[in-house]
Design a protein around this ligand. Structure first.
Ligand SMILES: [Zn+2]
Length: 283
């Protein structure tokens, strides 16, 4: 991951004006004031549902403040069962989303990329297990030396109280596995980061673009899951669950991650269909 970050940084430094269009890169306009207003309205829906929905995902900052949860607590066990049950579904959804995104961003077609994509899909298919871990607390992670396992903190397992929230986070981790230790999908990841930067004016390069691409795949996977499994709940409420762990009060990012609320902004900017569905189908 580090290598990817340095390479990207170099490219950005060599380009005198950061926003200049490089060969093969499409220029994206920033959001119109109307689109920005709709986006903020959609964030309002997501974070209001966080308070109203009994199955909403707990915000990351709230999870961080909680004491560690033993492996055998009922909430952690229920979360682990949910994660393991949904893993096969999440794998299929990630593979479809990955293909769709590659087409959408125009990166598919070269023999080199298609080979990398096939290898990425094979890595996703080889994931077998979710490992609950008390010490990981509110994190989920993948150790690329053990690519068949997703390690999931017990607080996080308990804090994602819906299938939609769980699929979104599983898909995020599966996208890291797809990218692998050589950043195989860097062409796609970089294109997503560039577009998100242009649309939001936020600095989304290097590792930040990988995190946003993983979150985007997560949101797409959850949206496809919702479309394929209709129930009596509102679509907006279900969609909100896929991103509302970012509805924090303490909104801090770091070098590798946008702040949680800016993560929602970037995701919605990249996904106007999601904005529409959140606003139009509220209850
Ligand atoms: Zn991540």
């Amino acid at each position: 991951m580090r290598k990817f970050f340095l390479v990207t940084l170099l490219l950005v430094c060599l380009s005198p004006a950061g926003a200049q269009t490089r060969p093969g890169q499409r220029a994206h306009a920033s959001l119109s004031p109307e689109a920005k207003a709709l986006l903020e309205q959609a964030i309002g829906v997501v974070c209001t549902q966080a308070k109203l929905d009994p199955k909403s995902s707990i915000a990351i900052d709230e999870m961080q403040a909680r004491p560690s949860l033993p492996l055998h607590s009922p909430e952690a066990r229920a979360g682990a069962e949910r994660a393991q049950r949904l893993l096969p579904v999440a794998k299929d959804l990630v593979i479809n989303s990955l293909r769709q995104l590659s087409t959408e961003y125009g990166v598919q077609g070269s023999r080199y990329y298609n080979l990398r994509l096939r290898q990425a899909i094979a890595r996703v298919n080889s994931v077998k297990r979710v490992r609950p871990d008390m010490d990981s607390r509110d994190n989920a992670s993948v150790y690329l030396s053990r690519p068949h396992v997703i390690t999931f903190g017990t607080i996080f397992l308990a804090g994602l109280r819906s299938d939609e929230g769980m699929i979104s986070v599983l898909a995020h981790e599966l996208m890291h596995i797809a990218d692998g230790d050589n950043d195989s999908l860097r062409t796609l990841v970089r294109a997503v980061g560039n577009k998100a930067s242009d649309l939001t004016g936020l600095d989304i390069h290097g590792q930040r673009s990988e995190e946003v691409a993983c979150d985007l795949i997560g949101a797409m996977a959850a949206r496809a899951y919702i479309a394929s499994s209709p129930d009596y709940e509102s679509i907006a409420r279900r969609l909100a669950r896929s991103i509302q762990h970012n509805c924090v009060d303490l909104d801090e990012g770091d070098e590798d991650h946008l702040s949680p609320r800016n993560t929602i902004r970037a995701l919605l900017a990249l996904n106007p269909g999601l904005v529409r569905e959140l606003i139009n189908d509220r209850f």
